[in-house]
Write a protein that binds this ligand. Structure first.
Ligand code: ZN
Length: 349
Protein backbone atom coordinates (compact mmCIF):
# COMPACT_ATOMS: atom_id res chain seq x y z
CA UNK A 1 0.00 0.00 0.00
CA UNK A 2 1.56 3.31 -1.00
CA UNK A 3 -0.22 5.19 1.81
CA UNK A 4 1.63 4.80 5.10
CA UNK A 5 -0.16 7.10 7.55
CA UNK A 6 2.37 8.62 9.93
CA UNK A 7 -0.02 8.08 12.83
CA UNK A 8 -0.23 4.32 12.25
CA UNK A 9 -3.85 4.54 11.11
CA UNK A 10 -4.91 1.70 8.82
CA UNK A 11 -4.81 2.96 5.21
CA UNK A 12 -8.18 3.45 3.59
CA UNK A 13 -8.89 2.54 -0.03
CA UNK A 14 -8.68 5.55 -2.32
CA UNK A 15 -9.46 4.28 -5.80
CA UNK A 16 -12.86 5.68 -6.67
CA UNK A 17 -14.89 8.88 -6.33
CA UNK A 18 -16.89 7.15 -3.58
CA UNK A 19 -13.67 6.51 -1.64
CA UNK A 20 -12.80 10.20 -1.86
CA UNK A 21 -16.31 11.15 -0.67
CA UNK A 22 -15.82 8.86 2.35
CA UNK A 23 -12.44 10.45 3.06
CA UNK A 24 -13.89 13.97 3.06
CA UNK A 25 -16.70 12.77 5.33
CA UNK A 26 -14.10 11.53 7.81
CA UNK A 27 -12.24 14.83 7.59
CA UNK A 28 -15.43 16.61 8.65
CA UNK A 29 -15.54 14.81 12.00
CA UNK A 30 -14.10 16.86 14.83
CA UNK A 31 -12.19 13.84 16.22
CA UNK A 32 -10.66 12.83 12.89
CA UNK A 33 -7.02 11.73 12.59
CA UNK A 34 -6.05 14.74 10.52
CA UNK A 35 -2.41 13.75 10.02
CA UNK A 36 -3.33 10.22 8.98
CA UNK A 37 -5.96 11.59 6.61
CA UNK A 38 -3.35 14.10 5.40
CA UNK A 39 -1.23 11.24 4.08
CA UNK A 40 -4.26 9.98 2.16
CA UNK A 41 -4.71 13.46 0.71
CA UNK A 42 -1.01 13.56 -0.27
CA UNK A 43 -1.53 10.29 -2.15
CA UNK A 44 -4.57 11.75 -3.88
CA UNK A 45 -2.57 14.86 -4.85
CA UNK A 46 0.15 12.63 -6.28
CA UNK A 47 -2.09 10.28 -8.21
CA UNK A 48 -5.58 11.61 -9.03
CA UNK A 49 -6.06 15.17 -7.74
CA UNK A 50 -9.04 15.66 -10.07
CA UNK A 51 -11.12 13.42 -7.79
CA UNK A 52 -10.83 16.07 -5.08
CA UNK A 53 -12.20 18.90 -7.23
CA UNK A 54 -15.88 18.50 -6.12
CA UNK A 55 -14.80 19.09 -2.49
CA UNK A 56 -12.60 22.14 -2.92
CA UNK A 57 -15.21 24.63 -1.79
CA UNK A 58 -16.49 22.57 1.13
CA UNK A 59 -12.95 22.06 2.45
CA UNK A 60 -11.84 25.67 1.96
CA UNK A 61 -14.91 27.14 3.60
CA UNK A 62 -15.45 24.59 6.37
CA UNK A 63 -12.53 22.21 7.00
CA UNK A 64 -9.31 24.09 6.38
CA UNK A 65 -8.27 23.79 10.03
CA UNK A 66 -8.26 19.99 9.64
CA UNK A 67 -6.71 19.92 6.15
CA UNK A 68 -3.22 18.79 7.15
CA UNK A 69 -1.59 18.94 3.71
CA UNK A 70 1.73 20.39 2.48
CA UNK A 71 1.67 23.48 0.28
CA UNK A 72 2.91 21.40 -2.69
CA UNK A 73 -0.05 19.03 -2.32
CA UNK A 74 -2.46 21.91 -1.70
CA UNK A 75 -1.50 23.38 -5.08
CA UNK A 76 -2.74 20.19 -6.75
CA UNK A 77 -5.82 19.65 -4.59
CA UNK A 78 -7.04 23.26 -4.34
CA UNK A 79 -5.65 24.54 -7.67
CA UNK A 80 -8.32 26.23 -9.80
CA UNK A 81 -10.90 26.44 -6.99
CA UNK A 82 -13.82 28.76 -7.82
CA UNK A 83 -13.69 32.50 -7.14
CA UNK A 84 -16.09 32.28 -4.17
CA UNK A 85 -13.28 30.39 -2.38
CA UNK A 86 -10.95 33.32 -3.10
CA UNK A 87 -13.59 35.67 -1.67
CA UNK A 88 -13.99 33.57 1.44
CA UNK A 89 -10.24 33.40 2.13
CA UNK A 90 -9.73 37.10 1.42
CA UNK A 91 -12.40 37.92 4.02
CA UNK A 92 -10.73 35.67 6.55
CA UNK A 93 -7.32 37.24 5.93
CA UNK A 94 -8.87 40.63 6.70
CA UNK A 95 -10.70 39.53 9.84
CA UNK A 96 -8.95 36.57 11.46
CA UNK A 97 -5.64 36.14 9.72
CA UNK A 98 -3.86 32.78 9.74
CA UNK A 99 -1.13 31.61 7.44
CA UNK A 100 -3.19 28.49 6.65
CA UNK A 101 -5.65 30.78 4.86
CA UNK A 102 -2.87 32.56 2.99
CA UNK A 103 -1.39 29.21 1.88
CA UNK A 104 -4.75 27.96 0.64
CA UNK A 105 -5.33 31.20 -1.24
CA UNK A 106 -1.93 30.95 -2.92
CA UNK A 107 -2.52 27.26 -3.69
CA UNK A 108 -5.68 28.10 -5.67
CA UNK A 109 -3.35 29.78 -8.14
CA UNK A 110 -6.01 31.36 -10.40
CA UNK A 111 -5.76 34.94 -11.65
CA UNK A 112 -8.24 36.00 -8.94
CA UNK A 113 -6.28 34.19 -6.23
CA UNK A 114 -2.89 35.59 -7.28
CA UNK A 115 -4.34 39.10 -7.43
CA UNK A 116 -5.71 38.60 -3.91
CA UNK A 117 -2.30 37.39 -2.66
CA UNK A 118 -0.62 40.51 -4.05
CA UNK A 119 -3.25 42.71 -2.39
CA UNK A 120 -2.74 40.88 0.88
CA UNK A 121 1.01 41.62 0.82
CA UNK A 122 0.48 45.24 -0.19
CA UNK A 123 -1.97 45.57 2.71
CA UNK A 124 0.66 44.43 5.19
CA UNK A 125 0.50 40.63 4.82
CA UNK A 126 3.72 38.72 5.41
CA UNK A 127 5.74 38.75 2.19
CA UNK A 128 8.40 36.46 3.63
CA UNK A 129 5.96 33.71 4.41
CA UNK A 130 4.74 33.73 0.81
CA UNK A 131 8.34 33.78 -0.45
CA UNK A 132 9.12 30.75 1.70
CA UNK A 133 6.53 28.89 -0.39
CA UNK A 134 7.98 30.17 -3.67
CA UNK A 135 5.50 32.99 -4.30
CA UNK A 136 6.74 36.35 -5.48
CA UNK A 137 4.82 39.60 -5.23
CA UNK A 138 6.24 42.15 -7.69
CA UNK A 139 5.87 45.92 -7.31
CA UNK A 140 2.70 45.85 -9.41
CA UNK A 141 0.32 43.19 -10.70
CA UNK A 142 -0.61 39.76 -9.39
CA UNK A 143 1.61 37.41 -7.39
CA UNK A 144 3.66 34.90 -9.37
CA UNK A 145 4.50 31.26 -8.78
CA UNK A 146 8.28 30.88 -8.88
CA UNK A 147 7.88 27.12 -9.33
CA UNK A 148 5.86 24.73 -11.44
CA UNK A 149 3.19 22.81 -9.51
CA UNK A 150 4.06 19.74 -11.64
CA UNK A 151 6.42 17.45 -9.77
CA UNK A 152 8.74 14.59 -10.63
CA UNK A 153 10.11 12.15 -8.07
CA UNK A 154 13.91 11.95 -8.21
CA UNK A 155 14.99 8.28 -8.23
CA UNK A 156 18.66 7.49 -7.65
CA UNK A 157 20.44 4.70 -9.53
CA UNK A 158 24.09 4.08 -8.63
CA UNK A 159 26.60 3.71 -11.45
CA UNK A 160 29.47 1.32 -10.89
CA UNK A 161 31.49 2.07 -14.03
CA UNK A 162 32.73 5.68 -14.15
CA UNK A 163 32.79 5.60 -17.96
CA UNK A 164 29.01 5.38 -18.03
CA UNK A 165 28.45 8.72 -16.31
CA UNK A 166 29.01 10.68 -19.52
CA UNK A 167 26.16 8.88 -21.25
CA UNK A 168 23.35 9.55 -18.77
CA UNK A 169 20.86 12.42 -18.96
CA UNK A 170 20.94 13.36 -15.29
CA UNK A 171 24.37 12.56 -13.81
CA UNK A 172 25.42 12.62 -10.15
CA UNK A 173 29.13 13.08 -9.44
CA UNK A 174 30.60 15.02 -12.37
CA UNK A 175 34.08 16.48 -11.91
CA UNK A 176 33.87 20.10 -10.71
CA UNK A 177 35.68 21.34 -13.84
CA UNK A 178 32.77 20.16 -15.97
CA UNK A 179 30.27 22.36 -14.14
CA UNK A 180 32.36 25.31 -12.90
CA UNK A 181 34.57 27.73 -14.74
CA UNK A 182 37.95 28.37 -13.18
CA UNK A 183 37.88 25.29 -10.88
CA UNK A 184 40.98 26.25 -8.90
CA UNK A 185 39.42 29.51 -7.68
CA UNK A 186 35.73 28.64 -7.33
CA UNK A 187 33.98 27.97 -4.01
CA UNK A 188 32.19 25.10 -5.81
CA UNK A 189 33.69 21.89 -4.45
CA UNK A 190 31.07 19.21 -5.07
CA UNK A 191 28.64 18.13 -7.75
CA UNK A 192 25.34 16.70 -6.56
CA UNK A 193 23.26 16.54 -9.70
CA UNK A 194 22.72 17.87 -13.21
CA UNK A 195 19.26 17.85 -14.76
CA UNK A 196 18.30 18.22 -18.37
CA UNK A 197 16.29 21.42 -18.36
CA UNK A 198 13.75 20.00 -20.83
CA UNK A 199 12.92 17.07 -18.54
CA UNK A 200 11.64 19.16 -15.63
CA UNK A 201 8.13 20.21 -16.62
CA UNK A 202 7.20 23.87 -16.36
CA UNK A 203 10.66 25.42 -16.02
CA UNK A 204 11.11 28.84 -17.66
CA UNK A 205 13.38 29.03 -20.74
CA UNK A 206 17.08 28.54 -20.10
CA UNK A 207 20.04 29.06 -22.48
CA UNK A 208 21.87 25.80 -21.59
CA UNK A 209 20.78 22.15 -21.86
CA UNK A 210 21.48 21.39 -18.25
CA UNK A 211 21.31 22.99 -14.83
CA UNK A 212 23.60 21.88 -12.03
CA UNK A 213 23.11 21.46 -8.29
CA UNK A 214 26.49 21.97 -6.65
CA UNK A 215 27.87 22.43 -3.15
CA UNK A 216 30.61 24.02 -1.12
CA UNK A 217 32.77 22.92 1.83
CA UNK A 218 30.29 23.31 4.68
CA UNK A 219 27.71 21.17 6.43
CA UNK A 220 24.66 23.31 5.66
CA UNK A 221 23.09 26.79 5.94
CA UNK A 222 24.65 28.44 2.92
CA UNK A 223 23.56 29.98 -0.38
CA UNK A 224 25.70 29.96 -3.51
CA UNK A 225 25.02 32.32 -6.41
CA UNK A 226 26.63 32.11 -9.86
CA UNK A 227 26.27 33.18 -13.46
CA UNK A 228 26.69 30.80 -16.39
CA UNK A 229 29.12 30.76 -19.30
CA UNK A 230 28.42 29.73 -22.92
CA UNK A 231 28.66 26.07 -21.94
CA UNK A 232 26.26 26.37 -19.01
CA UNK A 233 29.16 26.11 -16.52
CA UNK A 234 28.95 28.24 -13.41
CA UNK A 235 31.11 31.36 -13.29
CA UNK A 236 31.78 34.05 -10.67
CA UNK A 237 30.34 31.83 -7.95
CA UNK A 238 30.03 33.36 -4.48
CA UNK A 239 28.76 31.82 -1.26
CA UNK A 240 27.12 33.39 1.76
CA UNK A 241 27.02 31.44 5.03
CA UNK A 242 24.70 31.86 7.99
CA UNK A 243 27.89 31.15 9.90
CA UNK A 244 31.18 30.60 8.06
CA UNK A 245 32.56 27.06 8.48
CA UNK A 246 35.57 26.54 10.72
CA UNK A 247 38.87 25.57 9.06
CA UNK A 248 38.55 21.98 10.37
CA UNK A 249 35.09 21.69 8.83
CA UNK A 250 36.44 22.74 5.45
CA UNK A 251 39.28 20.25 5.79
CA UNK A 252 36.84 17.45 6.57
CA UNK A 253 34.98 18.12 3.35
CA UNK A 254 38.18 18.49 1.35
CA UNK A 255 39.17 15.01 2.49
CA UNK A 256 35.89 13.62 1.15
CA UNK A 257 36.52 14.92 -2.34
CA UNK A 258 37.56 11.66 -3.92
CA UNK A 259 36.99 11.58 -7.68
CA UNK A 260 34.59 8.84 -8.67
CA UNK A 261 32.84 8.73 -5.28
CA UNK A 262 29.07 8.27 -5.29
CA UNK A 263 28.53 8.21 -9.05
CA UNK A 264 24.92 7.73 -10.07
CA UNK A 265 22.22 8.83 -12.43
CA UNK A 266 18.75 9.95 -11.52
CA UNK A 267 15.49 9.26 -13.23
CA UNK A 268 12.61 11.72 -13.05
CA UNK A 269 9.30 9.92 -12.77
CA UNK A 270 5.80 11.32 -12.27
CA UNK A 271 4.27 11.07 -8.84
CA UNK A 272 2.24 7.86 -8.82
CA UNK A 273 1.10 4.88 -6.75
CA UNK A 274 4.66 3.45 -6.67
CA UNK A 275 5.70 6.03 -4.10
CA UNK A 276 5.31 5.77 -0.32
CA UNK A 277 3.23 8.68 1.01
CA UNK A 278 4.09 9.23 4.68
CA UNK A 279 4.20 12.31 6.91
CA UNK A 280 3.28 14.57 3.99
CA UNK A 281 6.20 13.54 1.76
CA UNK A 282 7.58 10.72 -0.40
CA UNK A 283 11.08 10.53 1.03
CA UNK A 284 10.52 7.12 2.65
CA UNK A 285 10.20 5.53 -0.79
CA UNK A 286 13.32 3.34 -1.25
CA UNK A 287 15.43 4.93 -4.01
CA UNK A 288 13.76 8.35 -3.91
CA UNK A 289 16.01 11.23 -2.87
CA UNK A 290 13.92 14.31 -3.65
CA UNK A 291 11.56 16.13 -5.99
CA UNK A 292 12.09 18.11 -9.17
CA UNK A 293 9.52 20.83 -9.77
CA UNK A 294 6.92 21.76 -7.19
CA UNK A 295 7.40 24.59 -4.69
CA UNK A 296 10.61 24.85 -2.67
CA UNK A 297 10.72 22.87 0.58
CA UNK A 298 10.02 25.91 2.73
CA UNK A 299 12.63 25.27 5.43
CA UNK A 300 15.12 27.98 4.48
CA UNK A 301 14.83 31.41 2.89
CA UNK A 302 14.57 31.05 -0.88
CA UNK A 303 17.14 33.03 -2.82
CA UNK A 304 16.45 36.28 -4.65
CA UNK A 305 18.32 36.94 -7.88
CA UNK A 306 21.47 38.95 -7.13
CA UNK A 307 20.99 40.88 -10.39
CA UNK A 308 17.28 41.77 -10.48
CA UNK A 309 16.05 40.98 -6.96
CA UNK A 310 13.20 38.73 -8.14
CA UNK A 311 12.55 35.56 -6.16
CA UNK A 312 14.32 32.76 -8.04
CA UNK A 313 12.55 29.84 -9.71
CA UNK A 314 12.75 26.50 -7.90
CA UNK A 315 14.13 23.60 -9.97
CA UNK A 316 14.84 20.69 -7.62
CA UNK A 317 15.41 19.77 -3.95
CA UNK A 318 17.20 16.61 -2.85
CA UNK A 319 18.61 15.14 0.35
CA UNK A 320 22.40 15.22 0.77
CA UNK A 321 22.44 11.41 0.54
CA UNK A 322 22.11 11.76 -3.24
CA UNK A 323 25.91 12.03 -2.99
CA UNK A 324 27.03 12.11 0.63
CA UNK A 325 28.56 15.51 1.44
CA UNK A 326 27.22 17.89 4.05
CA UNK A 327 23.94 17.36 5.80
CA UNK A 328 20.29 18.13 5.04
CA UNK A 329 18.59 19.42 1.92
CA UNK A 330 20.14 20.87 -1.23
CA UNK A 331 18.06 22.98 -3.62
CA UNK A 332 18.63 24.57 -7.02
CA UNK A 333 17.02 27.77 -8.35
CA UNK A 334 17.38 29.87 -11.51
CA UNK A 335 16.55 33.39 -12.67
CA UNK A 336 15.54 33.04 -16.29
CA UNK A 337 15.80 36.81 -16.89
CA UNK A 338 19.40 37.26 -15.73
CA UNK A 339 20.71 33.71 -16.33
CA UNK A 340 21.82 33.39 -12.73
CA UNK A 341 21.63 30.25 -10.60
CA UNK A 342 21.50 29.65 -6.91
CA UNK A 343 22.07 26.52 -4.83
CA UNK A 344 21.33 26.43 -1.14
CA UNK A 345 21.65 24.07 1.79
CA UNK A 346 19.62 23.71 4.93
CA UNK A 347 19.63 21.21 7.78
CA UNK A 348 16.77 18.75 8.27
CA UNK A 349 14.25 21.16 9.81
ZN1 ZN B 1 17.32 38.06 -12.15
Amino acid sequence: MPIKPVTGMTPLPLDSPDDVAALVELLQRPDSDTRGLGDHLAFLAGTRPELFRPYQEAVITGMLDRFDVSFADQCLLLGGAPDQCVEHLTQRLRSDRSFGDAWALAAIGTAAALTAVAEDVRNGGDREEYELSGIWVPATGPAQYRFSPQRRAVWLQPINEPGKLAAVDHPVGLPVEEVAQNPSATPISWHYLSLRHADVPGLPPWPANRVHLVGTRATCMWTLHAGIDDYGRYRSAAVTFDQPPAAEEEETYRSLEVPGFGLASVELRPYDADLVYCNGHIQLTPGVVGTAGGPPIGLYANPSCPSCGRLMFHVVSVENRIREYGDGWRSLFICEDCHTVSCNATGWN
